[in-house]
Design a protein around this ligand. Structure first.
Ligand code: NDP
Length: 449
């Protein structure tokens, strides 16, 4: 395994986030390879870490002043063993091959866990939608799709949203795809409701994450009712995580963006949540404005010189990191444990660094890795694809019930597989092995392709 990891690192030495994601899976699946020599013979590890296809392209666009800019566009088509490539598009200045390969790799196992027929992919651009006008975002999306359209399709590769890509961007991307292809198909998910979207898709990642947390707490005879929760981020995933925690009787104390975080001891109630949704989704403002409006809240700007995130240093029972990767380091994890946190459920992708994960596991914290706990978003994307194929739309309660059923199934698979492999309560091992076995069996069935 050590030699294998070395070979991955030597091939792409700069791709730290990708190495981190691969290392976690490789660590978990060693006993699977020991029990199944046919997997080693088929060299599944070397095959699964290599994307089936990597597409990189130029995205030129013009701003409102007439100046020309060039960004880089990507699509990683990681694995199609169990279905068309599926995974979001991220528009953020930090986007590079390492970040997208880690996200695509995680997506392969996550999608397998949903039980739906979806392969894994991810894409995006180093374009930053923050501070751009609607027209600039539209011109960028149109230019991006002018290249991407030849690589995607409802039976080939079906992108969705991620950081910086919400309903507005999906609309602009879809419009250009439809014009170029002259067809109205379900090539993207996360579409608006009146032209092919699914009810519950915007809510799905946050709701699903909280459903998963409830299942974890239930194994200890507990629920979210009365629990104090810390949440990072204030975008799509964070907003609906707050909403579902409130539905279930919990209290939410924090939210953040890349500039800083707010702590509201009185709790973020429904009225305050409505303010956050308008602030972030319509006026596209900063989380600081929450503390300007609600005087009981305290705003702390981000301080790059501090080696921990003070958001994670408050008394609480549960934590839901919902912003971005590597936002909880070893020190943050120690603060969470010291402050009484007994459950960490990841809404964002890979938000906890490996030494942070170790702190949680050594302290007996219920810890859910993203590929299990945030799979609700892609699960409902899969349901959106089904509805598009059937040319009908399911009612809200039906989609929500399916989402709850899927999250319960993922939880059960994690628990059962972790026990089977001698690590009861270890959701990392459960999720990695359950996803891995499904994907590699399909790869072997389909021969060496
Ligand atoms: P949004 O763009 O809606 O929100 C992202 C939030 O995270 C914003 O508050 C943003 O702040 C903050 N953020 C982004 N980068 C950083 C950073 N480097 N440091 C601190 N804060 C940061 O994205 P989503 O809510 O959709 O995605 C959040 C996470 O959830 C990501 O990890 C994504 O991959 C994951 N995810 C999303 C799914 C979905 O359905 N949307 C599905 C599964 C996973 P700011 O506004 O300042 O940038």
């Amino acid at each position: 395994m050590k030699a294998f990891m070395e070979s991955v690192k030597v091939k792409d030495p700069d791709q730290k986030e990708f190495h981190q994601a691969v290392m976690e899976v490789v660590d978990s699946v060693k006993p699977v390879l020991d029990r199944n020599p046919q997997y080693r013979k088929a060299n599944v590890l070397s095959r699964i870490v290599e994307p089936e296809r990597t597409i990189i392209f130029r995205v030129p666009w013009m701003d409102d002043r007439g100046e020309i800019h060039v960004n880089r566009g990507f699509r990683i088509e990681m694995n199609s063993a169990i279905g068309p490539y599926k995974g979001g598009l991220r528009f953020h200045p930090s986007v590079n091959l390492s970040i997208l390969k880690f996200l695509a790799f995680e997506q392969v196992f996550k999608n397998a866990l949903t039980t739906l027929p979806m392969g894994g992919g991810k894409g995006g651009s180093d374009f930053d939608p923050k501070g751009k006008s609607d027209n600039e975002v539209m011109r960028f999306c149109q230019s991006f799709m002018c290249e991407l359209f030849r690589h995607v399709g409802p039976n080939t590769d079906v992108p969705a949203g991620d950081i910086g890509v919400g309903a507005r961007e999906i609309g602009f991307l879809f419009g250009m795809y439809k014009k170029l292809r002259n067809e109205f198909t379900g090539v993207l998910t996360g579409k608006s409701l009146n032209w092919g979207g699914s009810l519950i898709r915007p809510e799905a990642t946050g709701f699903g994450c909280v459903y998963f947390a409830s299942e974890m707490l239930a194994t200890k005879g507990e629920s979210l009712s009365g629990k104090r929760c810390l949440i990072s981020g204030s975008g799509n995933v964070a907003q609906y995580t707050v909403e579902k925690i409130l539905d279930l009787g919990g209290a939410v104390l924090t939210l953040s963006d890349s500039s800083g975080y707010i702590y509201d001891e009185a709790g973020i109630d429904r009225q305050k949540l409505a303010f956050v949704k308008k602030l972030k989704n319509v006026s596209r403002g900063r989380i600081k404005e929450y503390a300007d409006k609600y005087k009981e809240a305290v705003y702390t700007p981000r301080d790059g010189a501090v080696l921990f995130n003070p958001l994670w240093n408050h008394k609480a029972d549960c934590a839901f990191p919902c912003a971005t990767e590597n936002e909880i380091n070893q020190t943050d994890a120690g603060h969470l444990v010291k402050n009484g946190v007994r459950l960490v459920c990841e809404g964002a992708n890979m938000p906890t660094m490996p030494d942070g994960v170790k702190v949680f596991q050594d302290s007996g914290v219920l810890y859910a890795p993203a590929k299990a706990s945030n799979a609700g978003g892609v699960a409902v994307s899969g349901l959106e694809m089904s509805q598009n194929s059937m040319r009908l739309s399911w009612p809200r309660n039906e989609v929500d019930e399916r989402l709850q059923f899927i999250m319960k199934s993922i939880h059960k698979a994690c628990v059962t597989v972790a026990e089977e492999y001698g690590s009861p309560g270890n959701y990392v091992i459960g999720a990695n092995i359950a996803g891995f076995i499904k994907v590699v069996n399909a790869m072997i069935d389909q021969g060496l392709v």
